[in-house]
Design a protein around this ligand. Structure first.
Ligand code: SAH
Ligand code: AVI
Length: 335
């Protein structure tokens, strides 16, 4: 009962080459966080989720563990769960369990850029949920959302883990508008977001004592070395994680420890780093309820559920398309 559509091909390599070239030629230099997630990067992220300092996964698990039945009820007992950036789908089991218990579960559609983890997750889930149809999609959710099959009767589209925080505001706006365009009446969108809190906790979450996050961050250089035949020396960069209060986001970078020149043979590019120069590898935006209401309103969606952990560190919000105001006498469309 598994299908896996892979939409990362020659086009993806070209996109990567173009992205990386553009990123290394801007000031400050940057590389998109989507390139963190090769097999090793996905495993390092799994280790991050188990760190004491990294509270978002625990907080989201607490909410899903306690409130999934309610979420499924408010979402109208969806038959299909579409999950963007699904990874290992560890916490998703709570939603799948709640859907199974309410008798509505038919299909799960994991959407992720990493083929290895999506394949592994799909195989595990069909074993754990007999009869479940798993239709995986390996693609870039920023560009290929329209490839998501729309077979489901009522869909819950989930974007967990706070991954939306890794998009810049302009990317987030475009992404949200495409999500809204994808939604039929009766579909719901479930979004996980980390909430604004004090700097010390935020910075510790992204700079753990075991240095796993530093390893995860530097892994992007290993990906560039392999995919673009580059010669980044991972030991010549240090991991930096600072909270930018004005932008309400963590700013995650790699700082060059020396003057150095790096060659990316695969894209015929040579870049220089001065000692102390930083390469941004990720932002991780933190939200408030008010900010999220604005995000939804801009996309033409409305908030219809708000769930936080007991400490108020993290939120899951549920959104839907507002009911259309109908001209007098016109019948309502089928739900
Ligand atoms: N949802 C999981 C994993 C979060 S890690 C959790 O909450 O723990 C972010 C996930 O998003 C990774 O699995 C990564 O491969 C995927 N991802 C990142 N950028 C992506 C993109 N542009 N398109 C598709 N998947 C992406
Ligand atoms: C996937 N994403 C939501 C994580 C975050 O918290 O922004 C990625 C991460 N980067 C460093 N630690 C975790």
């Amino acid at each position: 009962m598994i299908t896996l559509d892979v939409h990362l091909d020659a086009e993806a390599s070209l996109t990567m080459a173009r992205d990386v070239r553009r990123g290394l030629m801007t000031i400050p230099k940057e590389v998109s966080p989507k390139y963190f997630y090769d097999e090793r990067g996905s495993r390092l992220f799994e280790r991050i989720t188990e760190l004491d300092e990294y509270y978002p996964t625990r907080a989201e698990r607490e909410i899903l563990g306690g409130r999934s039945a309610e979420i499924v009820a408010v979402a109208g007992r969806p038959t299909e769960l579409v999950e963007l950036g699904s990874g290992s789908a560890a916490k998703t089991r709570h939603l799948l369990d709640a859907m199974r218990e309410s008798g509505c579960l038919e299909a799960y559609v994991p959407v992720d850029i990493s083929e290895e983890i999506t394949q592994r997750t799909a195989e595990q889930l069909v074993e754990e949920y007999p009869g479940l149809a798993v239709r995986g999609l390996v693609c870039d959710f920023e560009h290929h959302l329209e490839r998501i099959p729309d077979a489901g009767e009522r869909r819950l589209i989930a974007f967990l883990g706070g991954t939306i925080g890794n998009l810049y505001p302009y990317q987030r706006r475009a992404f949200m508008c495409r999500i809204a365009a994808l939604m039929f009446p009766g579909d719901h969108f479930l979004l996980g977001t980390d909430l604004i809190k004090d700097r010390a906790r935020l910075e510790a979450a992204y700079d753990d004592a075991e240095r796993v996050t530093a390893e995860f961050n530097k892994n992007v250089l290993a990906v560039l070395n392999r995919e673009l035949d580059a010669d980044f020396d991972l030991d010549a960069f240090e991991h930096i994680a600072v909270y930018d209060e004005a932008q309400e986001r963590m700013d995650i970078r790699l700082r060059s420890l020396a003057d150095q020149r790096v060659r990316l043979e695969g894209i015929d590019l040579e870049v220089e780093f001065a000692a102390g120069e930083e390469l941004r590898t990720e932002i991780s935006t933190k939200f408030t309820r008010e900010r999220l209401e604005e995000v939804y309103a801009h996309a033409g969606l409305e908030l219809c559920g708000w769930f936080t952990d007991a400490a108020g560190d993290y939120a899951l919000s549920l959104a839907r398309r507002p009911a259309q105001a109908l001209p007098p006498g016109e019948p309502a469309p089928p739900a």
